[in-house]
Design a protein around this ligand. Sequence first.
Ligand code: NAD
Length: 481
Amino acid sequence: MKDLWFDPSQCLIDGQWIAPSGGQTLPLFDPSTGEEIGAIARGQAADIDAAVGAATKAWQGAWGRTPAAERGRILMALGRLVAEKVDVLARIEAADVGKPLKQARADAVALARYLEFYGGAADKLHGETIPYLDGYTVYTLREPHGVTGHIVPWNYPMQIIGRSVGAALAAGNACVLKPAEDACLTALAFADLARQVGLPDGALNVVPGLGAEAGAALTAHPGVHHLSFTGSVATGRMVQRAASENVVPVTLELGGKSPQIVFDDADLEAALPFLVNAGIQNCGQTCSASSRILVQRKVYEQVREAMASRYAGLRVGKAVDDLDVGPVISAKQKGLVEGFLDKGQGLEIAGQATLNDLPSDGYYVAPTLYAGVAQDHALAQDEIFGPVQVMIPFEDEAEAVAIANGTDYGLVAGVWTRDGARQMRMARSIRAGQVFLNNYGAGGGVELPFGGIGKSGHGREKGFEALYGFTTLKTVAAYHG
Ligand code: NAD
């Protein structure tokens, strides 16, 4: 790929580009065309071991001794460099993930913003003094865990690296990053840019490879002190099991089945773009996608018609054509989404985009809106991870809460109503890590703690809260009489 200035069939370990120990690669496909466009490293346990060794050395050495303010400066310089490279990073991501250029660009901008935020926070993270017995002075120290392992999925590589690696580095940890086998190019690009701004060798190491090989080796490695995992529930379980063997803390950012709830007093004009966009952005492959639209009966038909007309107008195309929706990530993902569409047979399709003149080997799926879906239907319960939304009618507030909370997940929710008291009641009643009132997503919100409950995971990333997760607290009690 012409935009790459590095060889993606190598790993970046201890500041050096090196071939994976087994000398093997994995093929790289452009989801927009299905064409093979290159090869990435197939890292193995030995590469993970080398990366953990390099990170240990950095944490105990140059990076560990770097003052917090200087760590912050390096991260902010990295943020500025990422901001200068937004266009090239967006082109790389569009080719790798298949997301339309505008959406890929937004991810690169968010990555720069995470680095600015966490760079600025690095020297503002501190402990406390605690009043105690006569003759004592007690204080707490916030210290890095040491070596942190980061396992990242393919849907938003740049944003997830920004929020997890950005926060971990700000707190003084040294990182080993295992990006997804389906999309690892911007992870490698990011680590190379970090090297260029002077991040000490070993503070950030990247080992691409398969989950069952490089990923499993990272989760099982006894030299890793904290694991941050973003991905599916099934893999999250394995990661948590592996973490329990070494008794290390783990942050799990998993899936979702997030609702937007539209009451009959809502500002529908304001709500409509959010109702559809939050379902089809990144072709629905978003953990916080709003895949369930709950609508009060009085306005149900009106909302159904308006959403249907938006669906009919959606333009699907190659990432470089920069339309509303691109392909899904892989042939496998296309098969998974089509499996859900099969389960939808017999349901009412309220709206659907048309697929015109697309490369025949690209991984395209028609964005589809189902109406009148029963709460216990698989399409209303399971995470689809494709451009598919279901509409579910409700009568009153109590029923809306019951439906909203009626899945295994609890990541985010949106509530559309002009009634202020109802807004407060809903915000308290909904089981989710984030609740948005009269908006959805709050524009990305680098500053806003994010994470789930239930099968959506545990722990929080983003915002200042993430820094607490990437540190451990030490209490020092001094008796001086
Ligand atoms: P996945 O679980 O298949 O893969 C995620 C990562 O885990 C990849 O890097 C993969 O290589 C690695 N992995 C796979 N098997 C492993 C193993 N045995 N040990 C260690 N690592 C392993 O998930 P995916 O299909 O890449 O991503 C989609 C899922 O991620 C969806 O469920 C989505 O909701 C979730 N997700 C959640 C968030 C969030 O913040 N909550 C964000 C993005 C994606």
